[in-house]
Design a protein around this ligand. Structure first.
Ligand code: GAR
Length: 206
C-alpha cells in the first residue's frame, strides 16, 4: 500500500444515500487519500447496488442466512481480499460483524450511526428505530456519529459527531432526513478521508 491510496470497501444494506455522499465527495476530490474499490450489500436488490453501478464501482452481494455468521464472514473476507481492501466503511450496513472479524480490522472499520452516541445506540438501534427512540424520549437535540468499529455494538472510538435540532412536529422520517442532510452526508466523507489518511501514513512508516 506504500504511497498508494487506501482501498475502501463500502458495506450497505439499503438505499445507499451515505454511499452516494461518499461517491460524490470522492468525485469532488475530497477523499484524496482513499479510493472506493468495492461495494458489498448483504441484501440482493438494494438500491445502493444501483448507485454503485452508476458510479462504475464493482458491487457484489454477500447474503447472510440465519445462523451462518462464520460462513458469511468467510465469504465476505474472501471478497475483501480479492479486491485488496485496506479499510471498510459501514454505510447503513445492518448485519452484525463478530468480534473475531472486527479484531482482524483494528481502526480499519468505520460506521455511521444516526444519533449522538452514547444515546440511542447498541443492539436493536438502527434506521428509523433510532429516530423513533429519540422522539419517544423527548430529547431536543440528536445528530450523527462516525466511529471505529470494535466488538461492542456502536462502542468503538468516536471519530466525528454533529448535532441536529429536533423540531416540533417531527416524525421519524422527517427527522431521519434532517439528520442525513445536516450531519451524516457531511460527516461520513470527512471521517473517511481522516481514517484513510491515517492508514496511508501508518503504512509509509512501516
Ligand atoms: C442511515 O441513517 C445510517 O446512519 C443508518 O441507516 C441509514 C442508512 O441509510 N445506520 C444505522 O442505523 C446503523 N446502526 P442509507 O442506506 O441511505 O445510507
Amino acid at each position: 500500500m506504500t504511497g498508494a491510496k487506501t482501498r475502501i470497501a463500502v458495506l450497505v444494506s439499503g438505499g445507499g444515500t451515505n454511499l452516494q455522499a461518499l461517491v460524490d465527495a470522492q468525485s469532488r476530490g475530497e477523499i484524496p487519500h482513499g479510493e472506493i474499490v468495492l461495494v458489498v450489500s448483504n441484501k440482493a436488490g438494494a438500491y445502493a447496488l444501483t448507485r454503485a453501478e452508476k458510479a462504475g464501482i464493482p458491487g457484489v452481494v454477500v447474503e447472510k442466512k440465519k445462523g451462518e455468521q462464520q460462513d458469511f464472514e468467510d465469504r465476505l473476507s474472501a471478497i475483501l481480499q480479492e479486491y485488496r481492501v485496506d479499510m471498510i466503511v459501514l454505510a447503513g450496513f445492518l448485519a452484525i460483524l463478530s468480534g473475531d472479524f472486527t479484531a482482524r480490522w483494528p481502526r480499519r472499520i468505520l460506521n455511521i450511526h444516526p444519533s449522538l452516541i452514547p444515546s440511542f445506540c447498541g443492539e436493536g438501534f438502527y434506521g428509523l428505530r433510532v429516530h423513533q427512540a429519540a422522539l419517544d424520549y423527548g430529547v431536543k437535540v440528536t445528530g450523527a456519529t462516525v466511529h471505529y468499529v470494535n466488538e461492542i455494538p456502536d462502542g468503538g472510538e468516536i471519530i466525528a459527531q454533529k448535532a441536529v435540532d429536533i423540531l416540533p412536529g417531527d416524525t421519524p422520517e422527517i427527522l431521519q432526513r434532517r439528520v442525513m442532510e445536516q450531519a451524516e452526508w457531511i460527516l461520513l466523507p470527512r471521517a473517511t478521508e481522516l481514517a484513510a489518511k491515517e492508514l496511508t501514513e501508518r503504512s509509509t512508516q512501516q
